[in-house]
Ligand binder design. Structure first.
Ligand SMILES: [Zn+2]
Length: 183
């Protein structure tokens, strides 16, 4: 029997329109797919003195990543990482996660780079960029967060974001943020 247009989305053909629902509350999002990663070691080299430092604690850091398009669900990395104590320097340090996400960020570099591209290269306004990220990449980023990233990317000394933009992107970004500031 031929399925009617009201049957579910599993067999949508190309060009078939399926409206998406606007997400206004975080708790309404579909449950994320959890991907576990380990940065948990018994001992690590102290970044200051180079001696081996034992693990003293273990933490888990959740990070929003680009979503899983096959299931339409968001994706979250749960990184288990170790904190170490160097008895020589008398300091604590943690496993480096900066290759995955900037310090203090709730989002991976992948998400930030995608958001910047959508704003800087495609010229989408922040709200539209936020909606695009959810609709096409299944990652929910409040538009104010995207705005912070774009503005931070134009600032001097922010290597984390700046490095991830091409030279062309940075020039355009600088023009963009200058224009925005004058409005
Ligand atoms: Zn040390």
């Amino acid at each position: 029997m031929k399925p009617t247009s009201s049957t579910t989305s599993s067999k949508l053909g190309p060009g078939e329109y399926q409206p998406d629902v606007a997400v206004t509350r975080l708790e309404d999002l579909p449950k994320p797919k959890i991907i576990k990663e380990q940065r948990n070691e018994v001992q690590r080299t102290c970044p200051s003195c180079g001696k081996l430092a034992p693990r003293v604690r273990v933490f888990t850091r959740p990070l929003h990543d680009v979503g899983d398009l096959a299931s339409g669900r968001p994706r979250e990395l749960h990184i288990t990482y170790s904190q170490h104590h160097c008895s020589t320097c008398r300091t604590y340090f943690s496993a480096d996660l900066t290759d995955i996400a900037p310090r203090g960020s709730h989002y991976t570099h992948r998400v930030i780079a995608l958001a910047l591209r959508v704003v800087v290269e495609d010229g989408l306004p922040y709200r539209a960029a936020s909606w695009h990220l959810w609709r096409d990449h299944r990652v929910f980023v409040p538009f104010a967060t995207i705005q912070n990233w774009v503005e931070a990317g134009g600032e001097k000394g922010n290597g984390t974001l700046g490095n991830r933009l091409s030279a062309v992107g940075t020039r355009r970004l600088l023009r963009l943020s200058r224009r925005r500031r004058t409005v």
